[in-house]
Write a protein that binds this ligand. Sequence first.
Ligand code: PEP
Ligand code: CO
Length: 497
Amino acid sequence: MGRGRTTTNARTNPERGARDASRAQATASKSKARSADVSATGANLKEWNPKSWRQREALQQPNYENQAELEEALKVIANRPPLVFAGEARDLQEKLANAAAGNAFVLFGGDCAESFRDFTSDNVRDTYRVLLQMSVVLMYGSGVPVVKLGRMAGQFAKPRSEDLETIDGVSLPSYRGDNINSCEFTPEARRPDPSRLVKAYDQSCATLNLLRAFSNGGYAAMTRVSDWNLDFMENTERGSQYEDLAQRVDAAIDFMAACGIDETHPSMQETSFFTAHEALHLGYEESLTRLDSTTEEHYGCSAHFLWCGERTRQPEGAHMEYFRGISNPIGIKISDKSDGEGVVSLVKKLNPDNVPGRITLISRMGAAKLREHLPRLITAIEDAGLNVLWVTDPMHGNTIKTDNGFKTRPFEAVRDEIMAFFEVHEKMGTYPGGVHLEMTGQNVTECTGGIMDVSVSDLEKRYLTHCDPRLNASQAIELAFLMASELNDMRRRRAAQ
Ligand code: PEP
Ligand code: CO
């Protein structure tokens, strides 16, 4: 607990924990008797519908030449099946509520931007596999379940700082993600093309199909954990530490089998895996917004979890209007520039009934700024008695440009921001609930540092990202080790209190 404040954190305050539980119960029973004008989170929906965002200013949308062509593409998507189901989103929300209360840890991970070019089943499998490896390491270290969320199956649209990109005096629309245009610098490639939205839907559908098969078809079996080593992890100190840990997990599984929970038990064969992306392109999100027949509430069915980026969360803007009416668990990115009062009023607007698990605040500011600014944001939220899950995005506050022209992120800066996030929450008596990473299962050279010691001059070797630099598989797993060991230490310190 920091600065002598009285914390109201659920984990350390049984009264608040009980309050949360009764609130969750009240919300569950209320949703049965709810009028169609109130959302699952208490928002007034009299003026809301999946299209009401269109009355507001929508930032970061492409300028399509032909609106009719856009509406045609959106109609095609609106007639396609939802990608996820409302019940799955509710299941995730419960898991996130559990994490907010300190009883689980959340791992978000995946590409900054998915691409049409790099879409192969091997790429999906490799990212999924690394996320599973990381979650095993984190579970073993933290002693709590890990909620896995892929920035996958829909993470295409990107916010950009400029509408136009100028090279040698030629200006063209900026690249906004493969669902909008293509990154080559030609007028044809940069023209926003609505048919790309349908292609992105189809790719998301195929990706999700594969992820569901991996999660439920035996690929995620705990007994296979020691088969999961990646070749390039071999012969390194951390690689052998991973082997070591995998053997310890194997021993734990043998012990459970001896107790009667053997590998045929579903919990040893299957795992929950959820999808998430930035809900940036509101036309696409609108066309996948569906009314859930069991609760009569609207859900964004493009992914289980949707977040709003740093550039589009104006309280009266179109994105907030869309978000307030859907009942999914949602995320809001916050930076060092966010003011406590503004964040509190946004959280209240999006979650009037203070439903646990509905709101995740994802801070992204770099280690030094986090130490300076996160405490005041935590104080504002705690003083207002709001239920949120705190997650760190240690990527977007740590992007630099090298002299040889690459956007990169030093592994050490990413690590430092995570450690600062843990440290601040421990001091404040709140719970650091998860991490949000841009990463891939491939052996790319986009972020410097880590066990394989990627140098600035290595960056050009395998720099494949379509947008921001990603951690490669070994850097991601190394981070999982570091986090697991810190979470374990924190757990021991708490127990000793
Ligand atoms: C992102 O997560 O890819 C992103 C663009 O983040 P932010 O909105 O925090 O810059
Ligand atoms: Co990014």
